[in-house]
Design a protein around this ligand. Structure first.
Ligand code: HEM
Ligand SMILES: *[C@@H]1O[C@H](CO)[C@@H](O)[C@H](O)[C@H]1NC(C)=O
Ligand SMILES: *[C@@H]1O[C@H](CO)[C@@H](O)[C@H](O)[C@H]1NC(C)=O
Ligand SMILES: CC(=O)N[C@H]1CO[C@H](CO)[C@@H](O)[C@@H]1O
Length: 352
C-alpha cells in the first residue's frame, strides 16, 4: 500500500484520504476476476521477431496526432469496442463479407456495421500503421497489438496517461454485428446494467468508473443522447431519465448544437475535448455528462464518492487509475499462442 501511495501521487506531499482509499481499492480489484489468457501476453513480445514494431507505431501515431488530435479519441474508442466483442482480437477491424458469404457461423455482417459502430473512426489510420509494420516485418505483428499500442500512444501523445501494453495478441477470424449489438454497452443503460456487462468481461465497477473517464476526450452525436433532450426521441423511448441532464445545459443544447435529435456533434467535455483532464468527471458531478451512461455513474453512491475523490486530487491520480484499468481492458479474452492468426490486412482474414 505504501508503495502504491508513493507511485500514485508522485511528488505530491499531502495525500487525501480518498486517494489512499482509491489506491487500495484498485489493488483489491486487480486481484479479482483475472482472465486466464492475460498471463500469456508479455512486454516486448516482438523484441526479437520485429524489434522496430513498437517504435514504428509510436512514431506514426505521434506524427499524426500532432496534426489531427481527434485521432486519439477515435483510436481509444476503437480499442475499447474491439475488446468488448470476442476479446481484443481486432475483429472490430474486419469488413463485412456480404450476406451469405459463408463464414459458416452466420457472422458475415461485421461488427463494424453494427449501429454502435457507425460513429467509430480510425479504421484507415490503423490500416496505414499496419502497412508500415508489415513492410518492416511481414506477417509478424497482429492487428490487435497494433490497435492496442496505437490507442495507448495516441492518448499519451495528447498529454494523457501512459500504461503498459504487453503484446502477443492474435487476430480473430470472425466478426459479427449481432454480437457487437449484444456486447457493447448502450448509452441508455443504467449503472447496474453497465456494471453487469463490464463484469461479464472480467472488469469491475471501478474499471467502469475510470474507463468512462475516456469521455474526457472526443465527441458524441446528438442522436446518442437525444432522448435526454426531446421526449420520445432516440432508442430509449419515453424520455424517463434519472438523473436528468442539467436543465440549463439541456436547453442550451436544444437551442444550439442539437436543434434536432439527429446529426449534430457535441464535445463530451466541452472546452477541453482534446485534453485528457478531469473536466469530464466535473461535468458528470454537475449533471452535465452527455450520455445516460455518464449520468448513471453518480447513481451509485460508491462510484460517486470515487469520482468526487479523483476530482479533488491531482490529475496524476486519474491518470494512474485510468491506466491500470486500460491495461486490464487490453487483456480481455485475448487470443494468444497458436489461436487465431496474424492478419496481413486488418480489414480481411487471411486466405488459407
Ligand atoms: C460505459 C459504457 C460506455 C458507453 C455506453 C459509451 C458510449 C459512447 C457513445 C454513445 C459515444 C458517442 C458516439 C457518437 O455519438 O459519436 C461514445 C464516444 C466515445 N467513447 Fe464511449 N462509451 C462507454 C465507455 C467507453 C470506454 C470504456 C471508452 C474507452 C476506454 C470509451 C471511449 C470513447 C471515446 C474516446 C469516445 C469519443 C469518440 C470520438 O470522438 O469519435 N467509451 N461512447
Ligand atoms: C473494407 O471496407 C472499406 C469501406 O467499405 C473499403 O474502403 C476497403 O477497401 C475495404 N477493405 C478491403 C481489404 O476489402
Ligand atoms: C418508460 O420508462 C419506464 C422506466 O424506465 C418503463 O418502466 C416504461 O416501460 C417505459 N414506457 C414505455 C412506453 O416505453
Ligand atoms: C466506419 C464504418 O464501417 N461504418 C459503417 C457502420 O455501419 C453502416 C451500416 O450499418 C455502414 O454504412 C458504415 O460504413
Amino acid at each position: 500500500m505504501a508503495s502504491t501511495k508513493r507511485r500514485g501521487v508522485g511528488g505530491v506531499a499531502v495525500v487525501p484520504m480518498a486517494v489512499i482509499r482509491l489506491g487500495v481499492a484498485a489493488i483489491v480489484v486487480l486481484g479479482a476476476g483475472v482472465i486466464g489468457a492475460r498471463a500469456q501476453l508479455r512486454m516486448g513480445f516482438y523484441d526479437e521477431s520485429c524489434p522496430a514494431a513498437e517504435r514504428i507505431v509510436g512514431e506514426y501515431v505521434r506524427q499524426h496526432v500532432r496534426r489531427v488530435p481527434t485521432v486519439a479519441a477515435a483510436l481509444l474508442r476503437l480499442h475499447y469496442h474491439d475488446c468488448f466483442v470476442r476479446g481484443c482480437d481486432a475483429s472490430i477491424l474486419l469488413n463485412s463479407t456480404g450476406a451469405g458469404a459463408g463464414h459458416g457461423d452466420g457472422g458475415s455482417v461485421a461488427e463494424k456495421d453494427a449501429a454502435p459502430n457507425q460513429t467509430l473512426r480510425g479504421f484507415d489510420f490503423i490500416d496505414s500503421v499496419k502497412g508500415l509494420v508489415e513492410a518492416a516485418c511481414p506477417g509478424v505483428v497482429s492487428c490487435a497489438d497494433v490497435l492496442a499500442l496505437a490507442a495507448r500512444d495516441a492518448v499519451t501523445a495528447i498529454g494523457g496517461p501512459s500504461w503498459r501494453v504487453p503484446t502477443g495478441r492474435r487476430d480473430g477470424t470472425v466478426s459479427s454485428m449481432q454480437e457487437a449489438l449484444a456486447e457493447i454497452p448502450s448509452p441508455a443503460m443504467s449503472f447496474p446494467e453497465l456494471a453487469a456487462l463490464f463484469a461479464s468481461k472480467g472488469l469491475g465497477v471501478r474499471d467502469l468508473v475510470w474507463l468512462s473517464g475516456a469521455h474526457t476526450i472526443g465527441i458524441a452525436h446528438c442522436s446518442s443522447f437525444a432522448d435526454r433532450l426531446y421526449a420520445g426521441a432516440g432508442a430509449n423511448g419515453n424520455g424517463t431519465d434519472p438523473p436528468p441532464l442539467d436543465a440549463a445545459y439541456a436547453a442550451n443544447l436544444r437551442e444550439r448544437k442539437c436543434r434536432t435529435a439527429g446529426d449534430g456533434v457535441v464535445e463530451m467535455d466541452p472546452g477541453s475535448y482534446l485534453t485528457f483532464d478531469l473536466g469530464y468527471y466535473r461535468a458528470v458531478l454537475k449533471h452535465r455528462g452527455l450520455l445516460r451512461s455518464d449520468a448513471a455513474l453518480i447513481t451509485n453512491a460508491a462510484a460517486r464518492a470515487d469520482i468526487a475523490g479523483v476530482v479533488a486530487s491531482p490529475p496524476e491520480v486519474f491518470f494512474q487509475v485510468f491506466g491500470r484499468s486500460m491495461a486490464r481492458l487490453g487483456t480481455v479474452q485475448v487470443k494468444t499462442g497458436s489461436e487465431g492468426e496474424i492478419r496481413k490486412n486488418c480489414a480481411v482474414v487471411n486466405s488459407h
